[in-house]
Write a protein that binds this ligand. Structure first.
Ligand code: PLP
Length: 453
């Protein structure tokens, strides 16, 4: 294996790698950390410095980095078959994984359409939902109900159903239109309420009115269940998702849940929907599916949707969509081994005390004068920093308060990445209680240093 010095790697990175969601002018001025190894919840850079991975490799990591059992599963599979195709052929690992996914998914979601990442899983969901309506003889149902602050990925269809202005505004001329509903964010609520439950009720009222007006021209509704991730770790009040399901039923809209971030244990249950006994019509999963090892995604649906695509060849009811690396055997093999580890490690049971520990740590952070709001859903959390707590005045975004806190946190051996003024807590699910304390201690100290608390 070639090895190069840290200096060489940094220089080439600045010379050649265009980083996602990054102002490269800033990046080129800084000294990037180059990760060369991973170990459990830790990332190790080219100088041997260790960082606790506070964002689980962009919300994907479940069982830790370089987990022995997963490495072995990957090595075994690579000597058997690295890739074939699902266009015209079935492949062993993708068959077994689909069977397993159908078993663990909310009941009835027995049909699995593979792709490679969260955005494609959502593109598939959107196109599937629309074509379903076409097959029902309702081609005018071409729009989607979406939510303010929603995030579903960065390809054009996924951007169209998203609702984060700074990511999405530039591309508006390339996007299709949607009907956007408000989402509960009572901390800085546009609807003028201050309490979470009341905010949820108001949003549901507006949602229902929008459905009454637009359902006849909409194929479905797209939602991140329980928590809007990239929008700022914004948690929905209890019962919200269940009511959205009822409204979708009443107005005959397909409910599309984006479990790309929440799926595979993040909320404390295998899938977020289970927390409210909700079964969607279409469900997209990706990030945690192969425990952070390889890019793979799936869009699951039920017999009703699947059945509408059946017909004679000449009827052109085929779902015309597919990606080259669909159902990749290496990724499927790791995903299967990961699901076994969920069971053998009693991962979900062991998560409960850690979720409670995180809750306690978040609550005590409210003692810091510039922490305005803390939000938690299972092992995902956000700490929103404010310039003035009394008036809830936000830090001006140009101050990059979140970025500066995360930069400071590196000095305490933590890698984190903020969402605007919100500091994110999203460690690998296997994080130990001690590591979780280490993470929260480091964030606490960094927030104090940067905000002057
Ligand atoms: C990350 C994310 C996506 C996009 O996934 P990619 O793999 O980055 O394309 C979609 N939806 C949600 C909820 C996400 O968190």
């Amino acid at each position: 294996m070639n090895t190069y010095t840290s200096e060489q790697l940094r220089a080439w990175d600045k010379r050649h790698v265009w980083h996602p969601f990054t102002q490269m002018q800033d990046w080129e001025r800084e000294e990037p950390i180059v990760i060369t190894r991973g170990e459990g919840c830790w990332l190790i850079d080219s100088d041997g410095k260790r960082y606790l991975d506070g964002v689980a490799a962009m919300w994907t990591n479940v069982h830790g980095h370089c987990r022995k059992e997963l490495n072995e599963a990957l090595k075994l599979q690579v000597d058997r078959l690295e890739h074939s195709t699902l266009l015209g052929l079935a492949s062993e690992q993708s068959v077994i994984l689909a069977h397993k996914l159908a078993e663990i998914a909310p009941s009835g979601l027995d049909r699995v359409f593979y792709s490679d990442n969260g955005s494609t899983a959502m593109e598939v969901a959107v196109k599937m939902a629309y074509q379903f309506q076409v097959h029902l003889g309702r081609p005018e149902r071409s729009r989607f109900i979406t939510f303010k602050n929603g995030y579903h990925g960065d390809t054009l269809g996924a951007v169209s159903v998203g609702g984060i202005d700074i990511y999405h505004t530039t591309f508006r001329p390339l996007m299709f239109e949607t009907v956007q509903a408000p989402a509960p964010y009572c901390y800085r609520c546009e609807l003028g309420c201050s309490d979470q439950a009341a905010c949820g009720m108001k949003c549901l009222d507006v949602l229902e009115a929008l459905m009454a007006e637009h359902a006849a021209t909409c194929a479905g509704l797209v939602i991140e269940p329980l928590i809007q991730g990239a929008g700022g770790m914004i948690v929905q009040p209890h019962g919200f998702l269940k009511r959205v399901r009822e409204l979708c039923d009443y107005y005959d809209l397909l409910m599309v849940t984006d479990e790309v971030a929440t799926g595979f244990g993040r909320t404390g249950r295998m899938f977020a929907c289970e927390n409210e006994d909700v079964v969607p019509d279409i469900m997209a999963v990706s990030k945690g599916i192969a425990a952070g090892y390889l890019p793979i995604a799936a869009t699951l649906t039920n017999e009703r949707v699947y059945g509408a695509f059946l017909g004679e060849y000449a009827e052109l009811k085929t779902f015309f969509h597919g990606h080259t690396f669909t159902g990749n055997p290496l990724a499927c093999a790791v995903a299967l081994r990961s699901l076994e580890l969920f069971e053998s490690d009693h991962l979900l049971e062991n998560l409960q005390p850690k979720i409670a520990l995180l809750g306690g740590r978040l609550e005590s952070m409210m003692a810091l004068p510039h922490v305005g709001n803390v939000r938690q859903c299972g092992m995902a959390a956000g700490i929103e920093l404010v310039d003035d707590r009394e008036s809830r005045r936000a830090y001006p975004w140009e101050q990059k308060i979140g970025v500066r806190v995360c930069q400071e946190a590196r000095r305490h051996g933590i890698f984190s990445r903020p969402l605007g003024n919100t500091v994110v807590v999203f460690p690998p699910l296997v994080v130990s209680p001690d590591e979780l304390d280490f993470l929260m201690d480091g964030l606490d100290r960094s927030i104090r240093t940067i905000t002057g608390d």
